[in-house]
Design a binder for this molecule. Sequence first.
Ligand SMILES: [Zn+2]
Length: 180
Amino acid sequence: MEEEKCVFCMIANKKVPSKEVYEDEMVMGVLDINPASKGHVIMIPKKHYNNIYEMPQDEFLQYISVARAVGYAILLSLAPDNVEMLYTKELTKGSVTPHALIHLIPRYNDDTVNHVWQPQKMEESDFTAIGNAIKSAIEKVKAAEVPQTEKKAVEEPKKPDNTVKEEKPQININRKVVVF
Ligand SMILES: [Zn+2]
């Protein structure tokens, strides 16, 4: 889809109003107007990508780090039981999202979010064949363009602590994310 016609580009460029909660030079975080639960935020890269796999590695690492920080801020401020970080190509009712997005969905005991699936029957040979196909593709991905500079130590994510709700959420852009 062309950027001019993409609603998420319009939101990111402020051509249409949105309920913004976070913004930096690269990413916008807005409250979803059709939320799965209270506090559902969508993280929108300002640059148009059809999906997260088109994003350059360094941009994605920055993006996912900001998404995690905003997710943590949701935990601190709304005290849900959890915040799911979801990448999907579909919005509600099966319509495909034209722009890469990460959803941050707070989960509460009494919410109506439903990710139930029917476990698929697979033979041992299916597991082997599928596992091997993925492993072989991982080798191709590794060989392609994972920048060595990103292979740094893992920084442990802060453990959410619901007893300190007054604590100011820190939005840190953390590039020390492990990839392969
Ligand atoms: Zn777009």
